[in-house]
Structure formats: C-alpha cells, structure tokens
Design a protein. Structure first.
Length: 450
C-alpha cells in the first residue's frame, strides 16, 4: 500500500494548512496506540525546532499521546539527533520530532522514532496511516487517559552524549565558525565546541520563529563563506534547521559537502581500525570521485536510494558503521542511529587532526551540477517525471556521458521539486547538460493534465 501522508522523512507540509493541529493530533494518537500494543502506558518523547508553529503542534502531539493513554514528555527545542540518544538513555517507547528540517519556517513536520531509536519503517508508517483512514473504533479508547509533563535537562543529556563520544578531541587553539541556521543547534553546537576548547564565532543563533533557515544554515552558505574568507579560521560548519545535517566551508571559502566529509571520516576511521566492516554506505547522489577514492583505499561502498533511512538500512544489513548523503546527513552508528550535524562536524575535526580543513586530503570531485526545479504541485511533479520526452532526454544525455559522467533525475520526497543532477569531466559540459534537462522538465510540467 502506498503511503499517502508520509514522505521520505515523516509527514511534512505548511503548518496550520496541510499539517494542521487536527492531523498532528491524529498521527500522535495513532502512533501511540500502536506503541501501546507493547507498552501498557507508552512514554513518548516530544522535541521540536524553533519554528513558530512548533508550540501549537507540540500541544497537538501531547493531546494525541494522552488520548491514547501515553505519557507525553516535552523535551523542548533540541536537534533531531537528540531523540534517538534520549530514547536509548531513558528507554522511551516512542519519539516525536516536530521539524521540517531545511524547509522554510512556514512548513513543519512530524517524524517518529521507535523504541530502538530508529525512524519508523515504511511498513509501520503505512500502519499508522491505515489507523487514520479507518473509523474511530480502529483506535480504541485507552483504559485510562494519559498525561503530559515537561522533561527537564534534555540539553545537558545531549551534550553529555557528545562529550562522552568526543571527550578525547582537544580543540584548544582551533578557530571555528558555526552557522546554526536560527534553528535547533543554537545552544548545543556552540556549547560543545567551547567545552572541547575551541574559539567559536557563531552566525544565525537568534531564532525568532520565522528566521529558521532564512538566508542561513546548510542550504544558504553565503554568510559562512564570507565569514571564512574574512577571518582566520580553521573550519566553518553550517547546520540545517533541525541539526541532523552539516556542510563545511574551508578557509578559502570553498564549500565542502557531505561526500567529502564522509570520505575524510572513512579514511580516518579506517586508519584508526574503527571502520567496522571496512565499508561505507552512500546514496545515488554521491559524487563519482568518492567511489574512486574509496576504491583506491580498499574500502567497500554500498549505494542506496536517497534518504538517510535507506543508508541506515544498508548499514544494518552489512553490519557497517559509517554512511551518509551528499547533503550532509552523516550517520556513525558508533554514536547514534541518526544523522547528527554536530557530531559529524566534530568527527571531521577529529579526522583532520591538527590541520585546517583547507588542507584536507579525502577525494577529488568530478564537476557536479544540481538544480532543483520547483513545480506548482505534486501533480505537475508526477507529470514531469513520467513524461516520455523527459525520459528520452535523460537516456540521450546519459548515453553521451557514458563512461565519463552520469545523469540522475529524481522527484523530491518532501517538496514539489524535480532534482536534476549531472556529473561531467568539466563544469561547462555539466552546466550545458543540466540546462537542457531542466528546460525539458519545465516543458513537461507545463503540459495540461491528461
């Protein structure tokens, strides 16, 4: 059964419209009722990012949890990766994160984590949707009404986990810039870097409910690039709104994406004898240069669909520990079963030793162009993706690049975007191929609905 509400990263949409308080309550009620099958009075962690809709949706989740007999434990504003760590620490039965990650402030989302700390599987999300689609009897009333309570000390708990993992990392004398995207990392990121001895300059750390990801963070790197060019810093890191991804900028103002960060981590862990299984999992978006670097180092690579949940599945299947995405989702299972932007930034500095990011030696990238074609709605997206002319254009361009580069065109799972990615031996050719495919996609989407 196809999922109707859940995308690749929870249920996401404009808060108060698609993602209403009513829908959010119903999702929490159904998920808690399912958890009650194995826990008589489920304890449900609820955390959020800094969006103005967060408090409204937090209240809706709390009501839904209590309506199914659970106990909603409100942990406040925390990075998404804190959820699996707190679930493991306290043995919670379910975790709910309210965030739309890198999306604009008007959007919000609901992500569920199971008692094992993993995001719920596609099959479980289908079960939750089925409960919503049925009549009210499908979610029976609990034997007793649940409760809602504040959970104090969650930030300290999260920082304690980070310090335990990276306590041996001495950042004394290191000068670091952090862009916190006016989001969930505003308190945690500067604090842990300072505890480890770094001199920290912070950008975008004054959230007002509407400025999350607004011209800042991992999707808007201009401010960090400017700061790195203007100052004398060893590295700069930009998190997204919920803190589960990170991108970096070196002292020359050059952006270092997730591919390079994973390559650095893989080579470092391999050298330390800590790369479990001698393998790393990445997605179809990963640059060809990464594969070449890993092959040279004798490190096996598994390729998955886009989405950190699929990377995690590959790691579990192979009993590996490291994987991630070009966008900056990096999973180190030795720390947590989730992408963690702060932990990934610290792992990068651990991998660099005492050198600056500009001196990195991880991989040589093939020129890559990625364009997100924003379409009017999901229907236009589906028309563009399925259009015969679009399919033929992709096949034609792929044949031209065979053995020299590649083409990847895929719909976003969270927004009405068609992602067009091209790798070629030089940037000019990549730009030209991408421009042709973007034009074809826009023409296909403009066709009237059949």
């Amino acid at each position: 059964m196809a999922r109707r509400l859940f995308g690749t990263d929870g249920v996401r949409g404009v808060a108060g419209e698609f993602l209403s308080a009513e829908l959010t309550l119903a999702l929490a009620r159904a998920a808690t009722a399912r958890a009650a099958a194995s826990a008589e009075r489920p304890r449900v962690l609820v955390i959020r990012d800094t969006r103005e809709s967060g408090e409204m949706l937090e209240a809706a989740v709390a009501a839904g949890v209590a309506a199914s007999g659970g106990v909603a434990l409100l942990g406040g504003v925390l990075p998404t990766p804190a959820a699996p760590l707190l679930i493991a620490r306290y043995g919670f039965d379910l975790g709910v994160v309210l965030s739309a990650s890198h999306n604009p402030y008007a959007d919000n989302g609901v992500k569920f984590f199971g008692a094992d700390g993993d995001k719920l599987s596609d099959a479980v999300e289908e079960e939750i949707e089925a409960l919503l689609d049925g009549d009210r009897a499908a979610v029976p009333p609990p034997a007793r009404i649940g409760a809602v309570t504040q959970l104090h000390g969650t930030l300290d708990d999260y920082l304690r986990e980070l310090q335990q993992r990276f306590g041996g990392l001495d950042l004394s004398g290191r000068r670091i810039v952090l862009d916190c995207a006016n989001g969930a990392t505003c308190k945690a990121a500067p604090e842990i870097f300072r505890r480890l001895g770094a001199h920290v300059d912070v950008l975008a750390d004054a959230p007002d409910g509407r400025n999350i990801n607004a011209g800042c963070g991992s999707t808007h790197l201009d401010g960090l690039v400017e700061a790195m060019r203007a100052g004398d810093h060893d590295a700069g890191f930009a998190f997204d709104g919920d803190g589960d991804r990170v991108l970096a900028v070196d002292g020359n103002g050059v952006v270092v994406d997730g591919d390079e960060l994973i390559a650095l981590a893989a080579l470092h862990l391999r050298a330390q004898g800590r790369l479990r299984g001698n393998g790393v999992a990445v997605t179809v978006m990963t640059n060809y240069g990464f594969h070449a670097a890993m092959a040279e180092a004798g490190i096996e690579v598994a390729t998955t669909a886009v989405g950190d949940r699929y990377v995690l599945e590959a790691l579990r299947q192979r009993d590996w520990a490291l994987g991630g995405e070009q966008s900056g989702h990096i999973v180190e299972l030795g720390f947590a079963p989730s992408g963690d932007g702060i932990a990934s930034a610290l792992l990068t500095l651990e991998a660099l030793g005492g050198t600056a990011l500009a001196e990195r030696k991880g991989m040589e990238k093939l020129p890559q162009v990625l364009v997100n074609v924003r379409l009017s709605d999901r229907q236009a997206l589906e028309r563009a993706a399925a259009d015969p002319a679009m399919t033929a254009a992709i096949e034609r361009e792929h044949a031209q690049l065979d053995g020299r580069g590649r083409v990847l065109v895929r719909p976003s799972g969270t927004e009405p975007l068609l992602r067009v990615m091209v790798e070629a031996p030089d940037a000019a050719e990549a730009d030209a191929v991408c421009a042709r495919l973007v034009a074809c996609a826009e023409a296909a989407a403009a066709q009237p609905a059949g």
